[in-house]
Design a protein around this ligand. Structure first.
Ligand code: GRF
Length: 203
């Protein structure tokens, strides 16, 4: 069997991991819209929707809880063992351990459900982001895919997609509209970075 030479993605989901972004990335890869393949999904829990869906799809899944001893090393090792070239955070809520940032330097991306640099930073995740956007009376919101650094929600912005905030929006209705944009934003950002990426060596 000839091994695929497509660059591999490692997707890091969060404890609640619904897997919306994960699915969007997988579908874009399967459709040939993103020239890559998912090499590993890492989740802190084995029973969240993202992990269950990944297992059903036959994707490699590792459960690595952050309470694990030498968590950073374990995470970096799992990604390296799976020959991952790009790491995508999708609902991952913590600062990424230094071991992973060092091993993957500027090849780690994150998606944030607002137009950074607004409404980002520590503690700004999930519905809290959309509550803040609605409370601030913004007329538009959206999502941002950016490179990951050692600080929350900083790093080079790669893609932003916008949507309106409607007068009667709640955090929930806005979150649903932003999520539709997220599904397009991650594949777009991956296409962008992969265009200039050195070809991965065949295995
Ligand atoms: C998304 O809203 C993303 O912007 C944020 O976490 C959420 C993950 O959702 N970083 P899902 O697990 O991809 O559905």
């Amino acid at each position: 069997m000839i091994a695929s030479s497509l660059p591999r993605l490692g997707i890091l989901v969060g404890p609640k991991g619904r897997g919306t972004n994960l699915r969007a990335i997988q579908e874009a890869c399967a459709a040939g819209e993103v020239p890559a393949e998912i090499g590993l999904v890492v989740s802190p829990k084995a029973d969240n929707p993202a992990s269950l869906w990944s297992a059903e799809q036959g994707l490699a899944v590792r459960t690595i809880p952050p309470t694990e001893e030498r968590y950073g090393e374990a995470l970096a090792e799992a990604l390296r063992d799976a020959n991952v070239r790009w790491v995508c955070l999708a609902g991952y809520l913590r600062l990424l351990p230094a071991e992973v940032l060092e091993a993957f330097s500027d090849r780690v991306l994150n998606i944030h459900p607002a137009l950074l640099p607004k409404f980002g930073g520590q503690g700004m995740y999930g519905l809290r982001v959309h509550e803040a956007v609605v409370a601030a009376g913004e007329s538009e919101s959206g999502c941002t895919v950016h490179r990951v650094t050692e600080r929350y929600d900083e790093g080079q912005v790669l893609v932003q997609r916008r949507c309106p905030v409607l007068p009667d929006d709640t955090a929930e209705t806005l979150a649903a509209r932003v999520l539709e944009e997220e599904k397009r934003a991650y594949p777009e950002a991956l296409r962008l970075v992969l265009r200039t990426d050195a070809p991965a060596k065949s295995l």
